[in-house]
Design a binder for this molecule. Structure first.
Ligand SMILES: Cc1ncc(COP(=O)(O)O)c(C=O)c1O
Length: 355
């Protein structure tokens, strides 16, 4: 008798179901003092203990620390090289090249489409409404698109990059619950700036929900490359078949565990509060200058200018590098990341009446 497949098994690329996952020496493990099973060096030439050995695939101290911080159970967490790696793993796990598709709601973070296209997976590019909400007929748009049943993953970025807008939790729940045969990925890279919108508390009860997180934003560790995929254990099990054997370098997990310690969390929270305050000041100055500003829920504000070329020249002359967009909906817009007080003072002075 064959047992019924769970959702992750039904949606995964079929060849993954009976894939014998790579048995790294670290995974096989063993008991004893003389470790000669991984072609490592016995010499540690660094002050960092254990760096001559391969790290754990999923460092338990890091998973424990993220579980304590997020309130999500250990067996629902996968860690890797940033949320970007999680996006790639999801596409490689669930989308068959030249057959399946992902859906996105633009304007949004560009890596969903890039990761899909580099894997020969199609992109159903739907649009957010004028006020950056899900279109009310998004379900029929998904049903009518060329890839319909083959649209395996729907990416929703919340708060959305680059607009800074948010979708209410109740709306997200509707999408999750009305698409039981698709993976709904909610990218919460910026959630520390608007924690009340998180759906991470639902990953254990929703078979099709994946939440992405990162230490690159609020935790100030973009250079370390550390992110998290939160989902039920069936999805984690499938993704574990695809992830690299050693995705988290030892120094990175050390840094990340410190950032997630009680002291690290206090630092993060006070920096988030400070950046949010500076961001509000900047948004007001941009509005006073005449820009149309989207209410900011991340650590950036999107401003639309009637004189974008002049503004860009002003910023370039002042040595300020902000993010300008060329796609049609954002052609007049510039995104400003929030910064510290002194840089914000400087930016505000550029937009004041006398400049
Ligand atoms: C919405 C969103 N998701 C994911 C990422 C990538 O995060 P990471 O640095 O963890 O790869 C970014 C980075 O800008 C982002 O804006």
């Amino acid at each position: 008798m064959t047992t019924a497949k769970n959702l992750a098994q039904r949606l995964a690329r079929p060849e993954l179901l009976d894939l014998q996952i790579y048995q790294s020496a670290r995974r096989i493990g063993g008991q004893g003092d003389i470790w000669i099973n991984a072609n490592e060096s016995p010499f540690n030439n660094s002050s960092l203990e254990g760096v001559n050995r391969y790290p754990e695939c999923q460092p338990s101290a890091l998973i424990d620390a993220y579980s304590r911080y997020s309130g999500v159970a250990n067996n629902c967490i996968l860690t890797g090289r940033g949320a970007d790696e999680a996006i790639e793993i999801l596409i490689r796990t669930f989308c068959t090249p030249a057959q399946d598709a992902i859906a996105t709601f633009g304007p949004t973070y560009g890596m969903y489409a890039i990761s899909a296209k580099t894997a020969n997976v199609a992109v159903t590019a739907l649009q957010l409404t004028d006020d950056f909400q899900l279109p009310s007929d998004y379900a029929s748009q998904l049903d009518d698109c060329a890839y319909n049943a083959n649209t395996k993953i729907v990416f929703i970025c919340n708060p959305n990059n680059p607009t800074g807008s948010v979708i209410a939790k109740a709306e997200l729940i509707k999408v999750i619950d009305s698409n039981p045969e698709r993976i709904i990925v909610v990218d919460e890279a910026y959630i520390e700036f608007s924690p009340e919108y998180s759906v991470a508390d639902l990953v254990e009860s929703r078979a099709n929900l994946v939440v992405l997180r990162t230490l690159s934003k609020a935790f100030a560790l973009a250079g370390a490359r550390c992110g998290f995929l939160l989902a039920n254990p069936d999805i984690i099990d499938m993704c574990m078949r695809v992830i690299a054997p050693y995705p988290v370098p030892l120094p990175v997990s050390d840094l990340a565990v410190k950032a997630l310690s009680p002291q690290g969390l206090l630092t993060m929270q006070s920096q988030v509060d400070d950046m949010s305050q500076q961001g509000l000041r900047l948004a007001h100055a941009l509005q006073a200058y005449g820009a149309t500003v989207v209410n900011a829920h991340g650590n950036y504000v999107l401003a639309q200018f009637s004189d974008k070329t002049t503004v860009q020249q002003k910023l370039t002359q002042a040595g300020v590098i902000a993010r300008s967009y060329s796609d049609s909906r954002l052609a007049d817009s510039i995104r400003f990341s929030f910064s510290n007080r002194s840089q914000t003072d400087y930016l505000i002075s550029l937009f004041s009446a006398s400049n």
